[in-house]
Design a protein around this ligand. Structure first.
Ligand SMILES: NC(=O)c1ccc[n+]([C@@H]2O[C@H](COP(=O)([O-])OP(=O)(O)OC[C@H]3O[C@@H](n4cnc5c(N)ncnc54)[C@H](OP(=O)(O)O)[C@@H]3O)[C@@H](O)[C@H]2O)c1
Length: 278
C-alpha cells in the first residue's frame, strides 16, 4: 500500500514561487524561522528550484536542519505551463519527460528523493485526459523507484478528481488548489478529499480572499486574539483540515504565519468563517 500523509507532513508549507534571486536566502530564512515543509516546482517561469537547493544547502551547513527534518515537495509541469527553460526534452514522450524532470529536481534540491511529487496541473481544464493518465502512471513509477514518498495533483476540479478516481486504482495523497472563500473555500474538492483521506493543500488563502481579510468577523477575531486577519485565515484553514501554504518574503510574516497555529477559534467561529463568502 502507498504511504499516506502522516505526522511527517508539517502543518504549514513555505512556498518558493516568484522569488527569483531571493530564492536561496528566503528558503534559508524560512527554515531558520521554523518552517519544515518547502513547496517548489521544476518550472523556471515561476520558481528557481536550484535556488531552493542552495538555500537548503546553506541551512544544512549552518546546522539549522538536516534533510531528515524536512518535507520537500516539487512538481512536474507540462510544457504548456513552462517558458523556454524546460527541465526535459520536449520531443520525448511524457513518461520520459517526467523521469527527466524528476532527475533534474533531485539534482536541484541536492537529494535522492522528495517527499511529495505533484502534477502541477492537468493538461486540460475540462477533465482528466489520456496525457494526464500517462503522466500519473509515470509519477507512480517514480515513487516505485523511491524518488518520492507521496504523490499529488494541483489545480484540479471535482470533475478532474472524479475522472482520475475512475481511471486509476490509487488516489493522490495531496490535492493542492487555489482556495477561494467565495467557492466555500473550495468546498466540493475539500469534501471529496476528506472522504478519501487526501490531504488538501490551500494556496492564495490571502491573495484570493481580500474581502475576507477586511471582514468585520475576521477583524474582530484577530483583535480578540491579538493576532492579524492573515493569522485568523491560516488558523481557520488548519481547523478545517487544510495544509496552508504561505510564500511570504517577510521575516515577521513568517513568524506570524507559523504562530497562527496557537490561535484559538471555536467550532462556531470556524463555521462562521467557512460560510462567510459562499
Ligand atoms: N500549484 C500552483 O499552481 C501554485 C500557484 C500559486 C502558488 N503556489 C504555491 O503557493 C505558495 C504561496 O503562494 P500564494 O499564492 O499563497 O501567495 P504568496 O506568495 O504567499 O503571497 C501572499 C501575500 O500575502 C502576504 N502575506 C503573507 N503572510 C502574511 C501575513 N502574515 N500578513 C500579511 N500579509 C502576509 C505576502 O506579503 P509579504 O511577502 O510582504 O509577507 C504576499 O503578498 C507559492 O509560493 C507556491 O509555492 C502554487
Amino acid at each position: 500500500m502507498p504511504e499516506r500523509p502522516s505526522a511527517l507532513v508539517p502543518d504549514f508549507l513555505y512556498g518558493t514561487a516568484w522569488k527569483e534571486d531571493r530564492t536561496p536566502g528566503l528558503t534559508e530564512l524560512a527554515l531558520r524561522m521554523g518552517f519544515r515543509g518547502i513547496d517548489t516546482a521544476n518550472q523556471r517561469r515561476h520558481y528557481v528550484e536550484g535556488g531552493v537547493g542552495q538555500g537548503l544547502a546553506a541551512a544544512y551547513r549552518a546546522g539549522v536542519v538536516t534533510r531528515a527534518d524536512l518535507f520537500l515537495q516539487t512538481k512536474f509541469t507540462y510544457q504548456a505551463g513552462q517558458d523556454h527553460r524546460l527541465p526535459y526534452d520536449p520531443a520525448a514522450d511524457l513518461s520520459t519527460q517526467v523521469a527527466q524532470s524528476m532527475a533534474s529536481s533531485l539534482e536541484h534540491l541536492g537529494t535522492d528523493h522528495v517527499d511529495s511529487y505533484v502534477l502541477h496541473g492537468p493538461a486540460s481544464g475540462q477533465g482528466w485526459t489520456d496525457e494526464d493518465a500517462e503522466v500519473w502512471v509515470a509519477m507512480v513509477r517514480q515513487r516505485g523507484a523511491g524518488r518520492t514518498r507521496l504523490l499529488g495533483v494541483s489545480n484540479v476540479s471535482l470533475r478532474h478528481l472524479e475522472q482520475m478516481a475512475a481511471a486509476h486504482p490509487e488516489a493522490p495523497a495531496f490535492v493542492q488548489n487555489r482556495c477561494f472563500a467565495r467557492l466555500g473555500w473550495d468546498r466540493d474538492v475539500r469534501s471529496f478529499c476528506r472522504d478519501r483521506r487526501i490531504a488538501y493543500q490551500g494556496f492564495s488563502l490571502l491573495t484570493a480572499n481580500p474581502g475576507v481579510l477586511r471582514h468585520p468577523l475576521v477583524a474582530g477575531l484577530a483583535a480578540r486574539g491579538q493576532a492579524t486577519p492573515a493569522q485568523v485565515v491560516f488558523r481557520f484553514a488548519q481547523e478545517v483540515g487544510m495544509l496552508p501554504l504561505t510564500g511570504t518574503s517577510d521575516a515577521e510574516h513568517m513568524k506570524q504565519d507559523l504562530a497562527s497555529r496557537d490561535l484559538a477559534l471555536s467550532a462556531d467561529e470556524v463555521r462562521a468563517i467557512e460560510s462567510l463568502a459562499g
